[in-house]
Design a protein around this ligand. Structure first.
Ligand code: SF4
Ligand code: SF4
Length: 346
């Protein structure tokens, strides 16, 4: 039965499929401490779901098994952005993986009902569910949680989307994976903002991914310079990991790559109306920031890499309807002018 499920998941395009028992995650105390310390920032949904996140039986009564699935989003020919373009995290250059994977996960739950009988229940989650998915995936042997707090597969590196099916079907658990970071600390030293406080502890309130995607309000001034020209997410700690030498392109996401999202010129992004924003990013995770969030990020990027030629676009942004955009555009103008002045005085 297990091998049939695995084979079915591979036929759908999943790269990894492993099994573990539906019991609480090993690091539940560490997760609760992390929430207590406020390291999740404004991600209140994490705090609200703590009781469910640590107890699978609260997610699905009678749950016996987690089926943990991994999909590679590695791309061999990923194009590097130019200095006047906005850098977008690798995962966001695809159609929204929640949508891509949800249809496949639904197919797995239907397959389980067919194979295991209608009296068995199964639920699927991709990222958003109340499950400590990296811990569960480690226990299932999908990979290990690295010091950067993401999951690393020995076969595929860390460019992975995780998802899971929780089911009342009892299935033999696979062998867990153990941490294999050793003495390496490349991810910690590569972080531009010092967000990885110590191995396995990330403070979202210092993380560029959090600022550019999750944070609704202004980006703290002290972290703006470190953002460089990143406008959606940050890959530095993931890219630093030596286990990526094993990364390989999977089949499932390849057809969902969005060439149109790479190489976005900063100045032209600043010109997007609400309608143009929705049209340009339709189906992509970037919609999450809404126009005002993306333009906020673009202003910061221009403040870091822009020059006099970009000032007219920023001056136009100062008249934007969104106060959030206005404040960041003003900051960017000041930064560019200060750089020009320094150059002139040299
Ligand atoms: S995503 Fe970027 S800012 Fe966040 S921890 Fe990793 S390297 Fe640091
Ligand atoms: S970069 Fe090194 S320390 Fe960080 S997750 Fe990868 S192996 Fe572990």
């Amino acid at each position: 039965m297990k091998e049939e499920i695995r084979a079915f998941s591979y036929s759908l395009g999943f790269d990894i499929c492993r099994f573990t028992t539906a019991r609480p995650a090993e690091h539940q105390a560490a997760f609760e401490d992390w929430i207590q310390a406020g390291h999740h920032g404004e991600m209140g949904w994490m705090e609200r779901s703590v009781p469910k996140r640590v107890e699978p039986q609260k997610v699905l009564e009678g749950a016996k098994t987690f089926i943990c699935l991994g999909v590679s989003y590695h791309r061999t020919e990923d194009r590097k952005e130019k200095p006047d373009e906005g850098v977008i995290a690798r995962y966001a250059k695809y159609n929204d993986y929640h949508e891509v994977l949800s249809e496949k996960l639904k197919a797995i739950t239907e397959y389980l009902s067919e194979k295991g009988g209608r009296n068995h229940k199964s639920l699927w989650y991709v990222d958003t569910g109340p499950i400590l998915e990296r811990d569960i995936a480690e226990r299932a042997g999908v990979g290990f949680v690295g010091k950067h707090t993401n999951l690393i597969s020995r076969q595929l590196g860390n460019w992975l989307f995780l998802s899971e099916v929780i089911t009342t079907l009892p299935l033999e658990p696979d062998t867990p994976e153990k941490n294999r970071c050793g003495t390496c600390s490349r991810c910690i030293s590569s972080c531009p903002t010092g967000a990885i406080l110590q191995p396995f502890v990330l403070d979202a309130r210092k993380c560029i991914s959090y600022f550019t995607i999750e944070l609704k309000g202004p980006i703290p001034v002290e972290f703006r310079k470190a953002m460089g020209n990143r406008i959606y997410g940050c890959d530095d700690c993931l890219a630093a990991c030596p286990w990526n030498k094993f990364a390989r392109q999977g089949s499932l996401m390849a057809g969902h790559y969005r060439k149109d999202l790479g190489g976005s010129e900063l100045v032209s992004l600043l010109d997007l109306t609400e309608e143009e924003f929705k049209k340009r990013f339709a189906g992509s995770p970037i919609l999450r920031t809404k126009r005002k969030g993306l333009l906020r990020n673009v202003c910061v990027a221009l403040g870091n890499v822009g020059n006099e030629a970009t000032l007219p676009a920023l001056e136009k942004a100062v008249r934007d309807k969104e106060p959030l955009v206005v404040e960041h555009a003003l900051w960017a103008i000041e930064e560019i002018k200060a750089r020009s002045l320094t150059r002139a005085n040299q």
